[in-house]
Write a protein that binds this ligand. Structure first.
Ligand code: HEM
Length: 192
C-alpha cells in the first residue's frame, strides 16, 4: 500500500499534538501526587476528603488525558516510520527510541504511584516527588534536541546544557524545601 504524500505531514502534525497532550498530563499528574502526599499537613478532618478528591482528579487526568495523549503520540510515530522507514537506520532515531522507552517506563511508574497513593501505601515525600517531576522535563529537552538536530546533534554543548539544567532543577528543589520549612517554623511561632 502506498501512502499519499501528505500522509507524512498529517502523521507529524498529530504526533506533535499527541506529544503535547501526553506531557501536559505527565506534568500535572505528578503535581497532583505532590498535593496528595501533602494532605498529611492538613487538619485531621480535612485529610480524607482532600485525598478522595485528589484520587479522583488523578484517575481522570491519567485515563482521559495522559494515556490517550501517549497512544496518539506513539501510534502517529509508528505512522511516520511506516511512511519513511529510512529513519530507523539513523543513530539519532535509535537514541530517541531509547529515551522514549525511558518515558514510557516513567508513564507506567506514574500509574503504580497512583495506585499506591490511592491505597495509602506511597512512601515518597513531596520533595522526592518534586525531583521525580523533573525527569520528563529532561527527557523532553533531550528528545526534542535529537529530533531537531538529528545527525548533527551537538553532543558537547548538549551535555553542558543538560548538566546546567539538572543543577538548576536540584538547586530550585532545595531552595523551595528550605523556604517551606522556614515558613512552617514561622507559622508555628506566630500560631497562624
Ligand atoms: C514512539 C516513539 C517515537 C518515534 C518513533 C518518533 C518518531 C518521529 C519521527 C519519525 C518524526 C519526524 C521527523 C522529521 O520529519 O523530521 C518525529 C517528529 C517529532 N517528534 Fe517524535 N517520535 C517518538 C516520540 C516522541 C516523543 C516522546 C517526543 C517528545 C518528547 C517527540 C517529539 C517530536 C517532535 C517535536 C517532532 C517534530 C520535529 C520536527 O519536525 O522538526 N517524539 N518523531
Amino acid at each position: 500500500m502506498t501512502l499519499p504524500p501528505e500522509a507524512y505531514l498529517w502523521f507529524k502534525t498529530l504526533h506533535i499534538v499527541g506529544v503535547v497532550v501526553w506531557f501536559a498530563g505527565l506534568f500535572y499528574l505528578v503535581r497532583l501526587f505532590i498535593y496528595h502526599v501533602e494532605t498529611a499537613e492538613l487538619a485531621e478532618d480535612l485529610q480524607q476528603p482532600f485525598r478522595d478528591q485528589y484520587s479522583l482528579m488523578e484517575k481522570r487526568l491519567a485515563n482521559i488525558i495522559t494515556t490517550p495523549g501517549m497512544v496518539v503520540a506513539v501510534s502517529m510515530a509508528i505512522g511516520l516510520l511506516v511512511a519513511q522507514p529510512s529513519w530507523l537506520q539513523q543513530g539519532w532515531m535509535h537514541a530517541k527510541l531509547g529515551f522514549v522507552a525511558g518515558l514510557l517506563a516513567y508513564h507506567v511508574a506514574c500509574y503504580r504511584l497512583m495506585g499506591q497513593l490511592q491505597a495509602g501505601t506511597c512512601r515518597l515525600s513531596g520533595k522526592q516527588l518534586r525531583a521525580l517531576n523533573e525527569l520528563p522535563t529532561l527527557l523532553l529537552v533531550i528528545v526534542v534536541m535529537l529530533v531537531v538536530f538529528k545527525s548533527q546533534f551537538p553532543t558537547g554543548a548538549a551535555t553542558w546544557f543538560i548538566v546546567a539544567l539538572v543543577v538548576f532543577m536540584a538547586a530550585s528543589i532545595q531552595f523551595y524545601a528550605r523556604w517551606r520549612r522556614l515558613r512552617a517554623e514561622a507559622q508555628a511561632v506566630t500560631g497562624s
